[in-house]
Design a protein around this ligand. Sequence first.
Ligand SMILES: Nc1ncnc2c1ncn2[C@@H]1O[C@H](COP(=O)(O)OP(=O)(O)OP(=O)(O)O)[C@@H](O)[C@H]1O
Length: 351
Amino acid sequence: MISELRLYQFRCYFQMAWEVPERGALILGDNAQGKTTLLEALCFALRLHSPRTAQAAKMLRHGAPQFGLRLTVQDIVRRIVWNGGKLDLRVNDEQRADYAAYLSDSAPVVWFGNQDMELIMGASEQRRAHLDFLGTQWHPGYRNELLRYRKALKSRNHLLKYGSRNPASIRSYTKLLVEHGERLVSLRAQLLRLLLPHIVQSHERIAGRAEPVELHYIRSTEEPLADMLERSFDDDLRCGHTRYGPHRDDFRLCINGMPAADYASEGQRRTLAAALKFAQASLLCEETGIAPYLLIDDIFGELDPSRRQCLMEMIPRDSQVFITTTHDSWAQDNASLPKFTLSGGQLHPAS
Ligand SMILES: Nc1ncnc2c1ncn2[C@@H]1O[C@H](COP(=O)(O)OP(=O)(O)OP(=O)(O)O)[C@@H](O)[C@H]1O
């Protein structure tokens, strides 16, 4: 459990220290007070991942030269300093050489923000990002394959764009792309198979009735990736980028046999998106044996009281949970978490 968080020059926070209650907290604040930023800081300190940006530099307070995060989890202190484009990662003052070393003993996280409500209908990038964040927390090999795939893709695209006179070099990256791409696809498909029963269960609890839910992995090509990349070589050269592979894959949720993105009502899509998030929490519990931290950003105020109650009951018992809201009334109704108000970058226990 997290017992303390300290921020330094992190987005809107100049300096802040917070003694974190054992069960987590419900954080109430007006718009633009730093609620999402607080959850982002927790997410980054735990997983080196921000759901808002892929560039750590964006988290730097405007005009500041560096930012720092310090998280105490039981008797372990995790510390991150970003300075001049470099991240210094330490656990109990010992430097961790890279992301993988820092993450190796950090607990999983489930992030549930407002934009996730659009997960079913939204762009495929959003669903891939969602799947990859889950995958990297589920299986150590997933992160490895994903990073190697991305590296090969970046190099191949660079050559396609700027080095077209050298097809042999492009083909050497194609080989790497296929090798890591196929492994990544098979891990993603395995992950979706494991996730499905958790979604079915969560969906039934939230919707209050059983409806057939399916989950399909959609490849950007039906052909083996190696064949497709060979066949599209000239077109890729003309376009200057790689048009097939796991970076273009997607997954689709179906309800009652029909794709939810095309046929489900808005309410059904939101229920499915919530089910997907809570399924993620129960899958991570089951697969890693560790209750994930839940970071829930401003979604509860939008839901009716019975649905809120249902979601609260679905939070894994041992999870530490952080919920933000602008809705005073819902915060007052909810007696189960310690409450704080956030204003001007400072947290205060709510009376
Ligand atoms: N890098 C940065 N440096 C300084 N301030 C920043 C930076 N990035 C964002 N901000 C500001 O931080 C403030 C708080 O943003 P945040 O998204 O955390 O607010 P919030 O309380 O979640 O608001 P809302 O309820 O509207 O979602 C905003 O005014 C935003 O413009």
